[in-house]
Design a binder for this molecule. Structure first.
Ligand code: NAP
Length: 308
């Protein structure tokens, strides 16, 4: 039996674990893949206070070491269900995975464009992670699709490896931080292809060799020769398993305010999977701290009720 089960070992979940363990609670992290979440794909985190230029994977590893040194356990399994009976939550119907407080910190996963053959081409020229797969395109041509922070960060990272990088975005304006846009524009081997909407992946022998895109205003077509395509068109949360307890927005995020409380006592939502406006590393760790602090208060309040 645990005091707090945290589902998702990204920055929000691991920060929650840190706060819970330091408050003397028995904490379990449930993670389906690897600790760190999406930040491990960030080559350079430039906006985390007092750690300018830290590598995302290093950040994740240091945080993991910090929480495990405090006695936090990590179990590697996918949360497929969450139920509440009396004062206790149970994950996957497993009696070993029970606690009076649960923090959902499952983050988000990468979205695709839904173009023909896309799924089959993942790993055959289509990637979601420039840091993981960029080296395959050394001295070759890569194309990044999207106009957010991920796309521009990927483009800058790839520009150091690749001969040429295209950034294909459906608008002239970029939603990415302007500092990042400026940095990308300063790279002589990055070409911006805007406003173009991707239409079709082109392949040779089952592997990406190009992208056909359509000008959003005049409908003209452009064919880009490219060896790799990095999709950076946003993300979606993975919370269907908890939807019976935590109401989801139409976009699939869990509704909870800045105090991270859901409407179910003892259930908290932290990080990118929470319905909120700003999704950053800093706001994820902030959520983790808030959710764990209030989860500890909640546990102490039910303990004192039971002892009276
Ligand atoms: P995002 O901000 O949601 O941007 C997705 C981009 O993909 C947008 O430019 C969007 O275009 C485009 N897009 C979406 N659907 C499309 C489609 N069907 N066809 C073509 N283009 C499409 O996603 P993100 O860049 O992954 O960032 C997610 C969150 O993480 C953001 O809050 C971001 O600030 C944060 N983040 C922060 C950092 C950092 O702190 N350094 C790094 C990475 C990410 P429109 O602009 O036209 O909608």
């Amino acid at each position: 039996m645990y005091d707090i089960i945290i589902i998702g070992a990204g920055p929000a979940g691991m920060t929650a674990a840190l706060y819970g363990a330091r408050a003397g609670k028995k904490v379990l992290l449930v993670e389906k893949e690897f600790p760190g979440g999406q930040i491990v794909n960030s080559p350079l985190v430039e906006n985390y206070p007092a750690l300018p230029g830290i590598n995302g994977a290093d950040f994740a590893l240091q945080l993991q070491e910090q929480v495990t040194a405090l006695g936090v356990e990590i179990t590697y399994t996918e949360a497929g269900s969450l139920e509440k009976q009396g004062d206790f939550f149970r994950v996957n119907g497993d009696d070993a995975l029970q606690a009076p407080a649960v923090i959902l910190a499952t983050g988000v996963h990468h979205r695709g464009l839904g173009l023909e053959n896309e799924e089959a081409l993942v790993g055959a020229g289509i990637s979601f992670c420039a840091v993981c797969d960029g080296a395959f395109y050394r001295d070759r041509t890569a194309t990044v699709i999207g106009g957010g922070d991920t796309a521009l960060q990927d483009a800058v990272y790839l520009s150091a490896l690749c001969k040429k990088v295209y950034v294909v975005h459906r608008r002239e304006a970029f939603r990415a931080a302007q500092a990042l846009v400026k940095k990308a524009r300063s790279k002589s081997n990055i070409e911006f292809v805007t406003p173009y909407v991707p239409l079709r992946y082109l392949t040779r022998d089952g592997v990406i060799c190009g992208l056909e895109a359509e000008h959003k205003e005049d409908g003209s077509l452009r064919t880009l020769e490219t060896d790799g395509i990095f999709l950076a068109v946003g993300q979606s949360p993975d919370l269907a398993f908890a939807a019976d307890l935590a109401p989801l927005t139409p976009q699939g995020y869990a509704a909870a305010g800045e105090d991270c409380r859901s409407h179910v006592p003892g259930l908290f939502i932290a990080g990118d999977c929470r319905d909120k406006q700003v999704r950053q590393l800093t706001t994820a760790v902030g959520d983790g701290a808030v959710a764990a602090t209030l989860a500890c208060e909640y546990i102490d309040s039910i303990d004192s009720l039971e002892n009276n």
